[in-house]
Design a protein around this ligand. Structure first.
Ligand code: SF4
Length: 463
C-alpha cells in the first residue's frame, strides 16, 4: 500500500493483484513488486515471480521484498531472475535513485478495492499504523529481533493519521501493527494521542462503535509488572484485546495481566499461543486449561489462537519440535479445523475437544484424522475399536506407533511398501489410519487439510 502511494505520487498507474493473476500476467509493466511473508510460502513466492517474468522488459524490474526474502534471500536469488530487496524500506533510495523512505509514506488504502469481490481485507474501514519498530525482547523463536534490530519510534501516530485523513478521508477503526508497543518509553503519551484522535474508551463515530486493535498481541509480562498499563489500555477503545501466552513459564505474569485487565472491564480476549518450539504437549495442554480456568473464575472469554512454530529457514512446514511428535501436531490441526484455528473459551469445548486429562489429550491427538474431525460420527463406528487397540499397546509401543506414522507421512512415496512391511503388532491398528491401504482423502475437510501446507496429506504429498 505504501509502494502504491510512492508510485501514484509520481503519476504512475498502479494495480494490486493477489499471487498469479492472468490479467496482470498478460500485460506489460514497468515494474512488478512481489511481497513475501512466511518462509514456508517461498516456493509459492518463487512460482509467482517466475510467472511474471515475461510481463516486464527486464528481469531486474521485478522487485521481491518482505519478511521471508529478508530471512532467506538465497532461496529466491537461486530460483528467480529479479531484484531482491532485503530489510525494511525505511531509508531513501531503496527502490532506486530518488525514492523516498517508503515505510514513512501513508498507505494507499484504495488499492485493496480491486480484489474486493474475491478477497476481503478486514477491517475494511481502518487506519493501519506502525508507531514503533523492533522490540525490547529477543525471543529466539521470533523474526522481529533479526528484522528490526533496534527498538524505537518509527513514525509519530498523529502525523500518520493526519496524513491518512488528508489523502483518504476519516476511518472508523484503528489497527496498530507494532511488535511490542507497551515497551516503548513514553507509551503514556501515545495512549493520550490515541484518545485525542477519537479513540477514547466507548468512542463512537457516525453512531457506530470505534475500535483499536493492537493486532500483534500485547506483552502480558509488561502489563503484569506495570499495572498502570492495564488502566491505560482501558482508557482507549481496545477490542479485541490480544495477549501472547507463548510458554508455560510466563503463566504467573500472564494470569496476573488477565486479572488486571478483567478488573478494568475487559471481557473478550484473543490470545496467541505458540507451540512446537521448546515446549511439549503438556505445556500446551496446561496453557489451554489455564485459559479455561480463568474464563470460569473471572466470567470472561479467552479465545485461544494456537500458532505452530516453524523455523525461520523452513520452506515446507514439516518441522517437528523436539518435545513433539508429528501425529500430535497433526491431531491439533484436525481439532482446530472445525474452529478455523481458534480454541473456544467454553470449558466444555476444551474438555470435549482436547480431553479432560492429559492422557486423554494424547490419546485424542493420536487418533486417525477422521476420528478426530468427525468425533461423534465415528464414536461407535471405528473409534471405539481403535481406542481398544491403542490402549492395548504399552507406552514404548505407542511411541513406536507414533514414530511409524511420522515415517509413513515423511516417506509418502514409499508408503505402500512400508505399510506392507509393518511389524505385526501395528498391522491391525494401522487399518484405522490407512483403511485397506487406501491413502486418499475422503471428505472435503480431509481435502482441505491435505491442501494446508503442512499438511500432509495422505497420498497427496508430505507435510
Ligand atoms: S516479545 Fe514478541 S515481538 Fe518481541 S521478540 Fe518476543 S515474540 Fe518477538
Amino acid at each position: 500500500m505504501r509502494i502504491a502511494t510512492y508510485h501514484r505520487k509520481r503519476g504512475d498507474y498502479v494495480a494490486f493483484v493477489r499471487g498469479e493473476n492472468e490479467w496482470a500476467r498478460t500485460r506489460r509493466w514497468d515494474r512488478i513488486y512481489v511481497s513475501s511473508l512466511f518462509t514456508w510460502e517461498l516456493p509459492r513466492t518463487a512460482d509467482t515471480v517466475n510467472c511474471y517474468n515475461k510481463s516486464v522488459s527486464e528481469a531486474k524490474d521485478i522487485f521481491v521484498g518482505g519478511v521471508a526474502v529478508t530471512l532467506f534471500p538465497s532461496y529466491i536469488k537461486e530460483r528467480c531472475q529479479c531484484t531482491v530487496i532485503e530489510g525494511p524500506l525505511d531509508m531513501p533510495g531503496r527502490l532506486g535513485p530518488g525514492s523516498p523512505a517508503i515505510a514513512k509514506l501513508v498507505p494507499d488504502y484504495s488499492i485493496l478495492g480491486r480484489v474486493k469481490r474475491k478477497h476481503e481485507y478486514f477491517p475494511r474501514n481502518a487506519y493501519f499504523v506502525r508507531i514503533t519498530k523492533g522490540c525490547i525482547r529477543t525471543c529466539s523463536f521470533c523474526a522481529v529481533p533479526r528484522l528490526e534490530k533496534e527498538f524505537g519510534i518509527m513514525s509519530p501516530l498523529r502525523e500518520q493519521i493526519t496524513k491518512a485523513i488528508a489523502e483518504h478521508g476519516e476511518k472508523q477503526h484503528l489497527v496498530v501493527m507494532d511488535n511490542n508497543i507497551l515497551g516503548i518509553e513514553g507509551v503514556e503519551d501515545i495512549f493520550e494521542e490515541i484518545q485525542d484522535l477519537g479513540f477514547k474508551s466507548g468512542a463512537r463515530r457516525k453512531g457506530r462503535e470505534r475500535t483499536v486493535d493492537f493486532n500483534q498481541g500485547l506483552d502480558a509480562r509488561l502489563i503484569s509488572s506495570k499495572p498502570a498499563l492495564a488502566k491505560m489500555l482501558a482508557s482507549v477503545c481496545v477490542s479485541p484485546i490480544r495477549l501472547a501466552f507463548d510458554f508455560i513459564q510466563i503463566r504467573p505474569a500472564y494470569e496476573r495481566a488477565i486479572r488486571l485487565l478483567a478488573a478494568e472491564g475487559f471481557h473478550e480476549f484473543t490470545n496467541y499461543m505458540l507451540f512446537n518450539f521448546n515446549d511439549t504437549p503438556r505445556d500446551l495442554y496446561d496453557r489451554l486449561w489455564a485459559n479455561a480456568n480463568l474464563n470460569k473464575e473471572l466470567g470472561i472469554r479467552i479465545t485461544g489462537f494456537p500458532m505452530r512454530f516453524i523455523p525461520m529457514d523452513d520452506v515446507n512446514r514439516r518441522h517437528v519440535g523436539a518435545g513433539w511428535k508429528w501425529r500430535y501436531l497433526r491431531g491439533i490441526q484436525c481439532i482446530l479445523l472445525a474452529t478455523r484455528g481458534l480454541v473456544s473459551p467454553n470449558p466444555e469445548f476444551i474438555s470435549g475437544a482436547f480431553g479432560e486429562t492429559f492422557e486423554k489429550f494424547l490419546e485424542i491427538l493420536s487418533m486417525p484424522d477422521r476420528y478426530i474431525i468427525y468425533r461423534s460420527h465415528y464414536a461407535n463406528d471405528g473409534a471405539a475399536d481403535w481406542q481398544k487397540e491403542f490402549n492395548r499397546l504399552d507406552s514404548d509401543q505407542k511411541m513406536k506407533l507414533l514414530d511409524t506414522l511420522q515415517e509413513l507421512n515423511s516417506f509418502w512415496r514409499e508408503r505402500p511398501e512400508r505399510l506392507a512391511r509393518l511389524p505385526k503388532e501395528f498391522r491391525s491398528i494401522m487399518e484405522h489410519y490407512y483403511p485397506g491401504g487406501n491413502t486418499a482423502p475422503k471428505t472435503p475437510e480431509e481435502e482441505e487439510l491435505a491442501q494446508q501446507g503442512v499438511s500432509v496429506g495422505y497420498d497427496s504429498g508430505p507435510g
